[in-house]
Design a protein around this ligand. Structure first.
Ligand code: OOB
Length: 548
């Protein structure tokens, strides 16, 4: 990327670059060229369905070109950043591809992010544009833009899909009939994904044209995608999983059709599956549970559905076993991360592998190690932390050198923080986690971020945020707090956190008020130990009260 330096964004050493190119993983390509190739190849085929709105490949390409021309006229150019916060609409695809064509890097924010997160992304990347919907899910994104813009000198443009009010309207930017040359180079950053984070602030994950295209192509092949694929995008499209593993871009790269679901509920999803003969979708475990339950209740079968991909959090063997009988499709477990590595159970794998494992790495170029606390490889089949390196796994986050020094080994392996063992012929079984992160139904939360906000409340003396087991979500967020006055209530803390602009999925599900935190004989314990201790004590109390 223009002006890029290695400390800002560590990348692969030359010998790895050559190796990945020689192996044919990297093909010296960009997303800009890809969209043109797709339009030539698939022309009049339907690329996207969003409600009553349909676009063929040719129309999609024309709209992307027209929008890129309009954005270029605004002054956006290669190396600029733009925060994109859009719900599941076809406009998301047009915006992201138009930006990529210009070499402008979209920062892929989630609709659930609020001013705390969005403010940081805009500020940290010095973004020159912010793309939002007018309203979605009962929230007015123009209000968010209005609140943030005055404090952000680099933010030149707010572009709104829908009623723009005082901002720029997306629809006014299309310059039909005009094209701009594609600007990016294969090594440039194509998009910034957002990491769940283990510390106070989410990290930005630079995904580059060459490697991200390889990621998508490989994921699509392992998922059996082709021109007959109809993909239902039920999860928030900005997530790596529905976007690129293989998700909507994987579908488009194979000439299939993407159906955008405005919400992931069973009513919407089942209706869209029937109307458009959906063949594949990707969901998190709680959503898979919901669809199975609803299908059973309604005696409904999604007739066209062949594959249901489940990932983002662990799906236990018991519900996994029920996917085929209840939904009539093949389960494909996906264990992936926005940083890179994706594992899939193969579609033709034996039932025991599909049900009991999270799959194996998708690329022959993926290197994985399972190590003990000292960083030594464990014996085959033993449990340890998963480290990984490969042709689509990043070598560092954006502009956090100290964090990078901890998150990656000296020889470039990413420390996933996931506790795994290899079983059933090299398939990964995820058994836990050794990172300060809560996984709430696939959404990742850094306890430290929520704790810091709670500590900013005048009456909170101390706070510890932990993940407690939950039958549907996998984990739910519990905040243990010590109130100085003993007067502060849940309602006030919820209001406080919302007032700070925290995303809704990071809001604690429960608050537990305690007079003090446990300490060891020698004094204070680390926050990590404290969280574990509080969790253990709490679960013990619950089991005692249940037994009583
Ligand atoms: C996906 O990406 P992220 O970046 O939101 O989260 C990655 C983390 C992993 O390190 C692991 O802790 C957890 O999410 N995870 C799973 C899992 N899939 C992800 N843990 C257990 N079982 C699974 N199947 O979550 C993501 C990215 C691409 C594809 C799929 C998921």
């Amino acid at each position: 990327m223009t002006g890029e330096n290695h400390t800002d964004m560590p990348t692969w050493p030359q010998e790895f670059r050559e190796h990945y190119a020689n192996e044919g993983f990297w093909r010296d390509e960009t997303f800009a060229g890809t969209i043109d190739r797709l339009a030539t190849e698939y022309d009049e085929k339907t690329a996207l369905i969003d409600g009553d709105h349909r676009l063929t490949y040719a129309e999609l390409q024309q709209r992307i070109h027209a929008l890129a021309a309009g954005l270029s006229a605004l002054g956006l150019s290669r190396g600029d950043k733009a925060v994109v916060q859009m719900p599941n609409r076809s406009a998301f695809v047009e915006i992201v591809f138009a930006l990529m064509r210009l070499g402008v890097v979209p920062v892929l924010a989630l609709p659930a992010h609020r001013h705390l997160e969005i403010g940081r992304f805009l500020e940290f990347t010095e973004a020159s544009a912010f793309f939002v919907a007018d309203r979605a899910g009962g929230f007015d994104y123009r209000g968010l833009a209005r609140e943030l813009k005055p404090n952000l000198p680099s933010l030149a443009h707010v572009v709104v899909d829908g009623d723009a009010e005082e901002f720029l309207s997306l629809s006014s930017l299309y310059r039909h009939g005009e094209t701009v040359p594609d600007a990016p180079q294969p090594d440039d950053v194509a998009v910034f994904q957002i990491s769940g984070g283990t510390t106070g602030v989410p990290k930005l994950i630079p995904r580059r044209h060459n490697e991200y295209l390889y990621n998508i192509r490989t994921a699509a092949s392992v998922s059996g995608m082709g021109a007959v694929t109809v993909y239902l995008c039920a999860l928030p499209v900005a997530h790596n999983f529905p976007l690129a593993c293989p998700g909507i871009i994987g579908t488009l790269m194979n000439g299939g059709t993407v159906v955008m679901a405005p919400d992931p509920g069973a009513d919407t999803a089942f209706a869209l599956m029937d109307a458009h003969k959906v063949t594949i979708s990707g969901v998190v475990p709680p959503l898979a549970l919901l669809w199975m339950e609803e299908a059973e209740k309604r005696r409904y079968r999604p007739r066209s559905l062949q594959v249901l991909q489940v990932g983002g959090a662990k799906m236990s063997a018991e519900p996994a076993r029920h996917v085929k009988p209840k939904l009539g499709c093949t389960l494909q477990q996906v264990f992936g991360m926005a940083e890179g590595l994706i594992c899939f159970t193969r579609l033709d794998a034996p039932e025991e592998v599909i049900v009991n494992t999270q799959g194996r790495p998708m690329s022959p170029g993926d290197e994985i190690r399972v190590v003990d606390a000292d960083g030594n490889d464990v014996a085959p089949g033993e449990t340890g932390e998963l480290l990984t390196r490969g042709p689509y796994t990043i070598r560092g986050y954006y502009r956090v050198p100290e964090h990078n020094a901890r998150a990656f080994t000296a020889d470039g392996f990413y420390r996933t923080g996931d506790i795994v063992r290899l079983a059933y012929g090299g398939n990964v079984v995820v058994s836990g986690r050794d990172k300060d992160q809560i996984n709430r139904g696939g959404e990742k939360i850094a306890p430290e971020e929520v704790e810091n906000l709670l500590l900013a409340h005048d009456d909170i003396h101390d706070a510890a945020v932990v993940g407690l087991p939950d039958p549907v979500l996998g984990e739910r967020i519990c905040a243990f707090v010590i109130s100085r006055s003993g007067q502060t209530k849940t309602l006030a803390l919820n209001r406080h956190l919302r007032g700070r602009g925290l995303a809704s999925f990071k809001m604690p599900d429960d608050f537990v008020f305690v007079p003090s935190f446990p300490e060891t004989g020698i004094g204070k314990i680390s926050k990590k130990e404290l969280r574990e201790k509080l969790k253990a004590l709490h679960l013990e109390q619950i089991s005692i009260s249940k037994a009583g």
